[in-house]
Design a protein around this ligand. Structure first.
Ligand code: AFD
Ligand code: MN
Ligand code: MN
Length: 432
């Protein structure tokens, strides 16, 4: 087999040279500025290196809408090529060492071999994602009218077994969680009985929960609408919380940023789940209208900052059982997925570091004294701080790129992959 192109460490170091002078200058200036506020910049470089975000296996292929998909050149044709792209993302941006697998889209023939390859790339596996929202070839029962909540017990059984299979595959590749998102719901008023559907959901989820290993977690992802357009069974964070509590300690809620009604205060939802000790993790993305799956931080960076403000507050105040998993869940329809995922991981880190800069004593004082302007100014002071030098220094020190997208483009990676991976019809899951 011909040697596959990869971006060498030497190339990254060489490219970094051109940028390192300005980085040193900006870093020094920011360091002095932060010191005036009694903040040690090095602490934040360390924090930036410490936060890890998983990438979705389905995110490295070109996505699409329900109207069309426009495949890009050199798309990964299977899970091994997807891992290769995930490794490139991590090599340049240094914050995404784990991959979240979708089954059956990326079902490995040989899990041990997949694990060995991932390990070679320095990657591990994050939460497993089951798929009972579409029918697979040869499948006995159809999910057209639901899966875990279907009126027919045989369909529910098939959906439960699929989730258990995901756990089994996950155990072989070192995963420690299963994320369940169902498309179940209704398109017409009266089509389904709300109470019965939720009861069946819980009944099915209890069986899945029973198969969750002791050191695993079960994440439940709620979603307001789509593909069901009248009602979703697990529609909102309240339903999600109720289900997670009914199931037990190892069940927790997963917040996908695009799964709420427009203008909902997501940071408050996050705070509630933290307080109730049921925040399992995130699917980061951004949106303007619905579940748009746009790149994190591309539409509402202040919202992302406010979410991280809650997370950092919980971390620093030592809320019990607070240990959320961070994942990206995006669909890249018009961009190179590698560029989008690198940029998004940087945006998540940016929000985290900005939130880490919030003067919490000052904020608490403003809150206690009924001074909303002082409170907002405190938040804005952190939000408007340009933390780019902190993020770039963290990447550079761990061998990554000062400018990940710049280095990626200069390397010609995509062009090389276009040669190595001739286009195939129907290779991707397509519309995600
Ligand atoms: C859905 C959910 C879920 C799922 C994905 C599939 O966000 O995480 O895995 O889309 O593309 O909207
Ligand atoms: Mn999601
Ligand atoms: Mn989604």
């Amino acid at each position: 087999m011909p040697v596959k192109f990869e971006i060498e460490q030497d190339f990254i170091a060489e490219q970094n040279k051109a940028k390192s002078e300005w980085l040193a200058e900006d870093f020094e200036y920011l360091g002095r500025k932060l010191l005036r506020q009694n903040i040690d910049i090095e602490t934040h470089v360390e924090r930036a290196s410490g936060l890890k975000i998983a990438v979705p296996s389905w995110g490295v292929g070109t996505g699409g809408t329900r109207f069309a998909r426009f495949p890009g050149p050199g798309e990964p044709r299977g899970i091994y090529e997807k891992l290769e792209d995930c490794s490139t993302i991590n090599r340049l941006a240094r914050s995404t060492p784990a991959v979240s697998l979708h089954i059956p889209w990326d079902k490995p023939d040989d899990p041990a071999n997949l694990l060995a390859t991932a390990t070679e790339y320095g990657l591990s596996f994050d939460a497993m994602n089951s798929n009972t929202f579409q029918d697979q070839p040869g499948q006995k029962e159809s999910y057209k009218f639901g899966s875990l909540t279907h009126a027919n017990a045989a369909v529910r059984k098939q959906a439960i077994e699929h989730n258990i299979e995901c756990i089994e595959i996950g155990q072989k590749i070192g995963s420690k969680a299963l994320t369940v998102w169902v498309g179940d719901g209704s398109n017409f008023a009266g089509q389904s009985n709300f109470r019965k559907a939720l009861e069946r959901y819980l009944e099915s989820m209890r069986e899945i929960y029973a198969a969750i290993p002791a050191d695993w977690q079960l994440f439940i992802e709620h979603k307001l609408f789509e593909p069901a357009f009248y009602s979703s069974v697990v529609s909102d964070w309240g339903t999600n919380y109720y289900c997670a509590r009914e199931l037990g300690d190892r069940a927790a809620c997963l917040v996908d940023l695009g799964h709420h009604a427009p203008n909902v205060n997501i940071e408050q939802i996050v705070s509630r789940l933290i307080q109730f000790q049921k925040l399992g993790g995130f699917h980061f993305n951004d949106s303007k209208y619905g579940d748009d799956d746009l790149d994190s931080g591309s539409v509402r960076p202040f919202q992302l900052f406010l979410i991280f403000n809650e997370l950092v507050d919980a971390e620093l105040s030592g809320v019990p059982r607070f240990d959320p998993c961070y994942m990206l869940d995006q669909s890249h329809n018009v961009t190179d997925p590698i560029e989008s995922l690198m940029t998004s991981s940087v945006e998540v880190l940016r929000a985290y570091i900005q939130a880490s800069l919030v003067d919490r004593a000052k904020l608490a004082e403003a809150q206690e004294n009924g001074d909303p302007i002082a409170a907002l100014r405190t938040l804005k002071e952190a939000f408007t701080t340009d933390v780019a030098p902190i993020l770039a220094a963290a990447r550079q020190r761990s061998g990554g790129a000062i400018d990940p997208v710049g280095v990626y483009r200069a390397s010609g990676y995509r062009q090389q992959k276009a040669k190595e991976r001739p286009a195939q019809m129907g290779i991707s899951a397509g519309i995600v």
